[in-house]
Ligand binder design. Structure first.
Ligand SMILES: Cc1ncc(COP(=O)(O)O)c(C=O)c1O
Length: 408
């Protein structure tokens, strides 16, 4: 067999719902030398990452660290570490990732209850409050920003509700963290897990996460250190966490002074996550969010300027993704293919009930930029016209320019 040639990926502008083009600073950090697991540089970098992400999550939580996995693994680590078979979980489902929380909680053996809202809408507080009173779950698991629908779920009152019933509040912030307001401590969130490949401007493969002292206590009560690294006196729980890799009690020990040798930390991803957080905090969390809001608004008004309809509850839209209703008679996949092949621009498709009906266009992380927004709108106009859809010439770019002029 002949060897495949050297890796030479095409140049793309990734304007889908994530992954996006990683910030060149992150890519540079990833090409720096590896060090050993217990090298003082490595352990210092781990501590720095904890401190950086406390600021990104706006929390004082000691257990703020990276889970070596894509964002889905972060969710799984959180849920499998707190849930025992038979525990009750409540999940508001209004998009693909609510379904994912249900699926993961079920696989943990939990008794899962749901409240549902149509895709593109938020779950009303009253609906969640009623279900909380009835179910009184161990965990309320909520997707904050659901990229499948572009909508951000308000957390107002959820922390108080959870306090009332002794419930842990879990948030999936993969798609929202950095680019949308998220206040872990102020909102009473016990566990939040994210991913690098959206607003944080890195590649997928690391899940920054934070755990409150209350969550840490529940998880550590299930601690069962594996035999080969166990010290005399180490507890062996009667009901250990059902996953070894995602056993957060051992991962906590790895990230603590104890430096328990659980897995081998993914050094290059740690470098990436460290640089991602530095980029956010250097700009300032507020300014970073404002930049996402500005470019997201410019993209949304640009889409409207092309005569296209924006999908979902716009009042609750995430800053960083817009859903675009595919017009009657237009073949959504043909447009996406032309965008990619003719312009090198990727926009997103949709899942479930929205498949074939909605495109999703992201403006996040490194790509929350004016040139990326204008280029995408100009290309979309050209492609739609080529696909036979008549639309106002220059309407998209003009509307985006208007938003930028008003903000200047
Ligand atoms: C809200 C949300 N949760 C979870 C995930 C899963 O992330 P990953 O593909 O990194 O596992 C995504 C990915 O798009 C997401 O948007």
């Amino acid at each position: 067999m002949t060897l495949p040639g050297p890796l030479n990926p095409p140049s793309r502008l990734l304007m889908g719902p994530g992954p996006i083009n990683a910030d060149p600073r992150v890519l540079r950090a990833m090409s720096t030398p590896l060090v050993g697991q217990y090298d003082p540089f490595m352990t210092r970098s781990m501590n720095e990452v904890m401190e950086l992400y406390r600021r990104v999550f706006v929390t004082g939580n000691r257990q703020t660290l990276l889970i070596d996995s894509t964002a889905r693994g972060g969710i799984e680590a959180a849920l499998v570490s707190v849930l025992e078979p038979g525990d009750k979980v409540l999940v508001p489902v209004m998009g693909r990732f609510g379904h994912l929380l249900v699926e993961i909680a079920q696989r943990c053996g939990a008794e899962v209850h749901t409240v549902e809202a149509p895709w593109g809408q938020v779950a009303p507080y009253e609906l969640i409050a009623d279900a909380m009173a009835k179910v009184q779950p161990k965990v309320l698991a909520v997707v904050h920003g659901d990229t499948s629908t572009t909508v951000v779920q308000p957390f107002d009152g959820l922390g108080e509700l959870c306090d009332r019933y002794g419930t842990l509040l879990y948030a999936d912030v993969t798609a929202s963290i950095g680019g949308n307001e998220f206040l872990t401590d102020a909102w009473g969130v016990d566990i939040a897990t994210g991913g690098l490949q959206k607003c944080l401007g890195g590649p997928s493969g690391s899940a920054p996460a934070t755990f409150s002292a209350r969550a840490e206590g529940i998880i550590n009560a299930r601690k069962s250190i594996e035999a080969g690294i166990r010290d005399e006196g180490d507890a062996v729980a009667a009901h250990p966490i059902r996953s070894n890799y995602f056993d957060m009690s051992m991962v906590f020990d790895y990230w603590s002074e104890r430096r328990l040798n659980h897995h081998t930390e993914a050094t290059t991803m740690l470098y990436a996550a460290r640089e991602s957080a530095r980029i956010v905090l250097e700009e300032g969390l507020g300014a970073f969010q404002a930049r996402h809001a500005l470019h997201g608004r410019a993209m949304m008004e640009g889409v409207r300027g092309l005569g296209l309809e924006v999908f979902g509850d716009v009042e609750h839209k995430m800053t960083n993704v817009v859903g675009v209703v595919i017009p009657e008679g237009v073949h959504g996949e043909a447009v996406r293919t032309r965008m990619l092949e003719d312009f090198g621009i990727e926009i997103g498709t949709s899942f479930g009930p929205l498949a074939g009906k909605v495109w999703r266009i992201g403006t996040m992380g490194y790509n929350a930029r004016q040139d990326a927004v204008l280029t995408t709108l100009a290309a979309l106009e050209a492609v739609l016209r080529r696909e036979g859809f008549g639309l106002p010439a220059g309407g998209g770019v003009d509307e985006a320019y208007r938003v930028y002029a008003e903000a200047a």
